[in-house]
Ligand binder design. Structure first.
Ligand SMILES: *Cc1c(COP(=O)(O)O)cnc(C)c1O
Length: 337
């Protein structure tokens, strides 16, 4: 495919091309100047090309290839009402002619009823997915089981894609991303002192630290916990790094070093914070760059803080990994001035 950074097959896993690769690697000059510290660059996985893009496209290239080679005719997945993962899964399923059932959980406190009709939830319906809105994890699990059983009974088996697509198979998409960004950085003569990204189910971070290592790069990666307490995210990340390393036949200790940062999520997953507002508005106004209210806005708030605390000062270079999510902005209009 034109312009694609050549990346060898990974772990013998099948892959279905769904996105636009490589995603751009760009400097944020006006933002860097305004913050007065490290030179900040952005990896534009928000431009991954499928139905407004985002990080799940890379995971779905492996997850859906696996589902198809197992003979599945549909997929079932779970997320919040404004789940970017659900929207990208719906788009990928449409593209591949697979049925798509989304179990959407009302999991963010204080959200307006419009959450069910706008932003990602609107796109889910346009993309032809069947949305099943439920309250609570127990109801979600029961509905998933029912949908999988029904699909099997009707002779069109469906694959279950876990939340965020964070299995070892999904993480392979970010192993590939690590190889891709290392090749881009090498071609541009760049190295980074820190990579900052939002972390939730941690498949993005786990794949990335292993992909960087495969490319011989050891840039430290900071995952910003935006969904759970940092300890929970750290445990999930460590476990997925181990499992994915085993699948790659490498030692997890060879992965690029990573840490999980707490203190930026605020009250809960999906609830606006002042730092998120500042980051979203600043990037929009200085760079024409749209972040999102749930993930990248909070991760960028962490990057601002690292610069202000002198951890990413002048003479250093930071890479912000944009994982997408901007369609949720339309559901969060009331969170902004
Ligand atoms: C899902 C998502 C993340 C988190 O990715 P994980 O692999 O679950 O850690 C980050 N940003 C956006 C916009 C997402 O949709």
């Amino acid at each position: 495919m034109a312009g694609e950074v050549p990346v060898p097959e990974i772990a013998g896993a099948p892959r279905t091309m769904l996105g636009h690769w490589p995603t751009p690697l760009e400097p944020l000059e006006r933002l860097s100047a305004a913050l007065g510290g490290a030179e900040v660059w952005v990896k534009r996985d928000d431009c991954s090309g499928l139905a407004f893009g985002g990080n799940k496209v890379r995971k779905l290239e492996y997850l859906l290839a696996e589902a198809r080679s197992a003979g599945c005719r549909g997929v079932v997945t779970v997320g919040g009402l404004q789940s970017n993962h659900a929207r990208q899964t719906a788009a990928a399923a449409a593209r591949l002619g697979l049925a798509c059932d989304l179990v959407l959980v009302r999991l963010v406190p204080g959200r307006p009823p419009s959450d069910e009709r706008t932003g990602n939830a609107l796109l889910d319906r346009l993309l032809g997915a069947r949305a099943h809105v439920v309250d609570g994890a127990g109801a979600a699990a029961a509905r998933v089981a029912e949908l999988l059983e029904r699909a099997a009974a009707e002779g069109r088996p469906a694959a279950f894609i876990p939340p965020g697509g964070s299995t070892t198979t999904g993480a392979l998409g970010y192993v590939r991303a690590g190889l891709e960004v290392a090749a881009q950085a090498e071609a541009a003569g760049l190295a980074f002192d820190r990579v900052v990204l939002a972390a939730s189910t941690a498949g993005t971070l786990a794949g990335l630290v292993l992909g960087l290592a495969r490319a011989g790069v050891r840039w430290p990666v900071a995952g910003v916990a935006v969904a759970d307490e940092p300890e929970t995210t750290r445990t999930a990340a460590r476990q997925l790094v181990e499992e994915t390393a085993a699948r790659l036949g490498t030692d997890p200790s060879e992965a690029a070093p990573f840490e999980i940062l707490g203190g930026y999520r605020g009250q809960a997953y999906g609830v606006a914070t002042p730092g998120m507002r500042e980051a979203v508005e600043t990037c929009a106004r200085l760079e024409g760059l749209l972040l999102d209210p749930v993930y990248t806005g909070k991760a960028m708030a962490a990057l601002f803080d690292l610069v202000r605390r002198g951890e990413l000062g002048r003479g250093r270079r930071a890479l912000f990994w944009h994982t997408g999510g901007a369609p949720a902005l339309f559901a969060y209009g009331d969170a902004f001035r």
